[in-house]
Write a protein that binds this ligand. Sequence first.
Ligand code: PLP
Length: 283
Amino acid sequence: MKRPFITKEQGEALAAQFPTPFHLYDEKGIRANARRLMAAFSWNPGFREFFAVKATPTPAILKVLQEEGCGVDCSSRTELMLAERCGFTGPEIMFSSNDTPPEEFALARKLGATINLDDLTHVDCLRDTCGIPERICCRFNPGGTFAISNAIMDNPGQAKYGFTRDQLTEGFRRLMDLGAKSFGLHAFLASNTVSNEYYPVLAGVLFKAAVELKRETGAQIDFINLSGGVGIPYRPGRRPTTSPSSARAFTGPSTRSCSRREWTTSPSIRSWAASCWALTGIS
Ligand SMILES: Cc1ncc(COP(=O)(O)O)c(C=O)c1O
């Protein structure tokens, strides 16, 4: 269960100094958490955590995560601007947007971000706006209901996000024709899971699609982004995900089919939620 990192007296002293409500972050906890994730994936040379900025667009937090070696996952122009101002550059930025105005693609391209296309129509939009980069990622929506679920955003069949399986084949082919050379695959199928099975099952879904896509299109698939979705145990009796053991479970046979097998994640809740408290007064 989530436990406070300050005493009641410390909280009261802070509330006397700063007007409530405010959020209080535990920098040490955020750093330790980032290091645990890196250690869990240390078997993968290309691993990088891209913190999902939308969850906490706070420059001080982004800077702390940057110092720990994280990149950022941006979903809008404002988040791209924030990332740029914080000093994130090129491959340290992923751009996972939806319903994207063309100028946002242009800015992402200018910054050298890895663009994660949300649907098939984005292919033409990107081509017409700023051309197709060599390195590109596509968001997969396998449909149906996600098996390792907790009812939080776990119903991909009802979600508007992502390419269907058939659209991925079409999209990869078109992107290759337009100059893409290095592909990534991403999916975000549930949020705040605390099961150790979540990332391994998701990895299975993504690697199965990657193997099929490689066979169908000949695309070079260099990276897999497991996105966010790993949560923290808010309720008594629940246990946190033990990332190291779940990371080990990823190395199934299908993982060997991808060329560089670079793994990335873009969690938000897991990165800071245990290290953040809202302080508020009640009158
Ligand atoms: C594309 C994408 N990546 C990452 C995240 C972060 O997910 P979580 O907060 O479950 O870690 C989200 C959340 O909405 C998302 O949409």
